[in-house]
Design a binder for this molecule. Sequence first.
Ligand code: COA
Length: 254
Amino acid sequence: MSDILLHTDAGVMTLTFNRLDKKNSITRDMYAALADGIEQARNDAQVRVVLVQGNETIFSAGNDIGDFLNHPPSTPDSPVFRFLRAIATLDKPLIAAVAGPAVGIGTTLLFHCDLVYAGDNAAFSMPFVNLGLCPEAASSLLAPRMFGYHRAAEALLLGEPFFAEAAQEVGLVNRVLPPTEVNGYAQAQARKLAAKPLSSLIETKRLMKAGQQAEVLTHLATEAQSFGRMLKEPAAREAFGAFVEKRKPDFSRL
Ligand code: COA
C-alpha cells in the first residue's frame, strides 16, 4: 500500500495520507507523490476539485524528521518545494479534511486550501521555533494576514497547539464536526463544487488570489532559504537530536 492514496471519483481527486504507524509524517517520496497528484489534477479535465485528508485520528505529524535530517531539501525542485508551489498555484478548488494532530506543514498547507473542515479532535501546531527553525509554506505571511498579528505570533513564536474551535474563530477552519464525519462531509462539499461550472470556479479562485499570488511565491522562496540554512545550525541540531533521543531539548546556550 502506498503512503499516499490517490483516488478520483465524480470529479473529485482525493489524496489520503496513509502512513498511520508514523502518524502520517511526510517523506520525500510522499511529497513527490502529492506534488505529482496535484499536477495531474491541474491537467486532467476529469478532475474538478482536490481533497486532502488523513483519517479520524491523525491528519499529519508534518515532515518525517529522520528523512528530513538525512536528506534536507536543498534545491527548488526538491519534492517538498514542488508540493508547496503546486498547492499555492493550483487553479482548481483545494479542500482539506483534518482530524487529530496537524503538525508543521500539516497546518501550514491549510493556508493554501479554499475550504477546511476539522474534527473536534483537531490540534493544529506550527512548532518551527521549538525545532530551531523558522516558518515555511508562506505561513509567516499568511498566518498574520488571516489570524491578525498577535494571534499569529502566539501560534508561530510559542508554537503551542491550538484546537478546532480556535482555528474556526481565526478563520483557518470553515466548520467543526465529529471526527468520524469530517472526511465524508468534506467529500460531499467537494462533490457539490465539482457539479458547478469549472470555468467559474477557476476564475473566482483566480480573482480572490490575484492580489497575493506573486507575493506568496516570493515568500515561499525566501522562507525556504532561511529554513534550509537554519536546518544546519545548532538550534535545529539540538531540537532534532532531542526528538530522536526522546528527551527535552536544551536551548539555554543557543
Ligand atoms: N517524523 C518521523 N516520525 C514521526 C513523526 C515525525 N514527524 N511524528 C511521529 N513519528 C513517529 C514516532 O517516532 C513514533 O514512531 P515509533 O512507533 O517507531 O517510535 C510513531 O510515529 C508514533 O508517534 P508518537 O509520538 O508515539 O504518537 P503520539 O500519538 O503520542 O503523538 C504527535 C502524535 C503527532 C503529536 C507526535 O508524534 C509528534 O509531536 N510528532 C512530532 C511532530 C513534529 O515535530 N513535526 C514537525 C516536523 S518539522
